[in-house]
Design a protein around this ligand. Structure first.
Ligand SMILES: N[C@@H](CCC[C@H](N)C(=O)O)C(=O)O
Length: 263
């Protein structure tokens, strides 16, 4: 059997996308998805997504981490699947689709490669010593740091993700440093990839909210964030207790497409 796939990236967070509206691909197979995401034996990617039909919505996003396991929400993946849905003519420039954490609205800019994705509202931001811990669709640990460019993100992130508190369910670990433009520089160790990625959408969203809390900022806020793979922006409202109208914004680009033979 041949599988047509598409490769997208959003600020360097890269994904394999498959049009599964006809339900021809049985993706409930961790070894198969992990093999697709393998950078040496497969196509390569931080995750894989299947675009499927869903009554009442434009489409459904089915997301897997690179380890082949289904996971919680992927923000950059969400932006990429929206661009993919436009490429497939499933949507025009706006969409309402269903993901694992519920319904999402998104809008594609006229340029075609900049996607604004509405994220779930957030109420609870907890503390773990100096770090902030919150769920923006996926669980995140946010730690302010210095010297981030030189930081050993793999080993420090790995240690936090695997400590006694987080080992069982896992967590994504974000290190953050203030940047000159009033925004932040962020590097993330991602659960399910078990490595540093070039960007994490739910991660930078968690950082923007945690930093607003840290700085006591309320009102309508827009936070530019630099990651290894480019630039993202998060805008939201904070009334001091609830974070609402949260939008993750950034590039979503088709890199290549191809066909693989499945044995
Ligand atoms: N890359 C993602 C996050 C994907 C899910 C994450 N690895 C997890 O399992 O929590 C993003 O852009 O949000």
């Amino acid at each position: 059997m041949k599988l047509q796939f598409y490769k997208y990236q959003g600020a360097g967070n890269d994904f394999i996308l498959v049009d599964n509206r006809e339900n021809t691909v049985n993706h409930h197979n961790p070894a198969f998805v992990a093999r697709l995401c393998d950078r040496r034996f497969g196509v390569g990617g931080d995750g894989a997504m299947f675009l499927e039909n869903e009554p009442g919505y434009d489409f459904k996003m089915v997301y897997y981490n690179a380890d082949g396991q289904p996971s919680s929400m992927c923000g950059n993946g969400g932006r990429c699947i929206v661009a993919f849905a436009q490429y497939l003519n499933v949507i025009d420039t706006e969409t309402n689709f269903l993901a694992v954490d519920g319904p999402h609205y998104a809008k594609i800019a006229a340029s075609g490669d900049w996607v604004s994705l509405q994220m779930i509202d957030v109420e609870d931001i907890n503390r773990d010593a100096e770090a902030y811990v919150l769920d923006t669709g996926s669980p995140h640990y946010v730690q302010l740091t210095t010297g981030l460019k030189e930081k050993d993100v793999y080993h420090e992130g790995y240690a936090i993700r695997n400590n006694a508190t987080y080992a069982e369910k896992g967590i994504n670990v974000n290190f953050v440093e203030a940047a000159d433009n009033g925004g932040y520089f962020v590097r993330t160790f991602e659960r399910g990839v078990e490595d540093e990625t070039y960007a994490c959408g739910t991660g930078v969203t968690a950082v923007a909210l945690a930093m607003a809390k840290h700085n006591g900022q309320t009102g309508t806020i827009s936070t530019p964030i630099k990651v290894l793979g480019g630039d993202l922006n998060i805008r939201f409202n904070n009334d001091g207790r609830h974070f609402t109208n949260i939008f993750l914004e950034g590039p979503a680009v088709k890199v290549f497409e191809g066909e693989i033979t499945l044995d």
